[in-house]
Design a protein around this ligand. Sequence first.
Ligand code: UDP
Length: 341
Amino acid sequence: MKGVLTVVPRDAAEKGFNGKVVMVTGGAGFLGSHICERVISGGGRVICVDNLETGRLENITALASHPAFSFVRHDVIEPIEVEGRLDMIFNMACAASPPRYQLDPVHTFKTSVLGVMNLLDLARKKGARFLQASTSEVYGDPEVSPQREDYRGSVNTQGPRSCYDEGKRAAETLIHDYHAAYGVRTRIARIFNTYGPRMRPDDGRVVSNFIIQALKGEPLTIYGDGSQTRSFCYVDDMVDGLIRLMMASDSVSGPVNLGNPTEFTILELAELIGARLGTRPRIVFQDLPVDDPRQRRPDITRARILLGWEPKVPLHEGLDRTISYFAAELGTKAEAEGSIS
Ligand code: UDP
């Protein structure tokens, strides 16, 4: 329900926020806003930083009046200062959906490279732990499956996805070097496809597109023949993993894959969404975007061993929750439009 913060710790790791000051960049976004809530419910203070390019204020409405929450509108490509102590930084700032991050590729690259440098400088000055939202995109169009952290990837430096993929790869290098040269306490999460409440309806990614299309009775747009695969992780599982990584020992400085290892074709996803809605949606096939990875599936052995983490929410259950969220969003929007006309 909008405007009400449910303060229920989901995972013991959350207690590590107690009494801490935590910056969440991209804090009004999909993953960032969930992290903000969990910091507060764990007893911490949040400095939420967002330029509102893809983040939405409505994601943080429930937190806005909480005394432990503050919001700063800021683009991380510019240096940032904060007064007083700072214990942790979650860097979740960057558009993550291919159509969105391709709108302004230079800005996307700057967000990953200049943004990370600015935040690493802040972490160094304050002695704060730094967690980077990296991505499975560092593996590009992988030639091995599942992908382990030591796989170096197959990435195009000259394509429409390069601004994001190579930006995130360069960010990992900076993080490695700030850790090695200056002793900054760093963590890198390689996040695989994640879905759930608070994705933007117009995000452009496959789960949100299919659900919105199915709810509106429109045909589902499959790019290519639908045989490409992805592994979909429910947002609560992902946020549990990110928090555990932040709370892990400083010795865990190398990249850790976080994602759901169960792989589906895009065609299977379309059928499953239809089945959950009790319909047989029509499908239209459209061109496959350039450099669209053929497959993607994480090997999460490192996360299992180092963090004691693995996803718990099966796809059908996560989809049901996400369908309810989007149905409510569409209902609210329709109501708002109705009251205007
Ligand atoms: N996709 C699709 N229809 C859509 C949106 C995406 O078939 O309406 C495909 C896309 O080409 C890709 C997969 O679904 O193969 C996942 O796309 P998404 O943008 O969600 O994430 P990606 O893993 O590509 O970053």
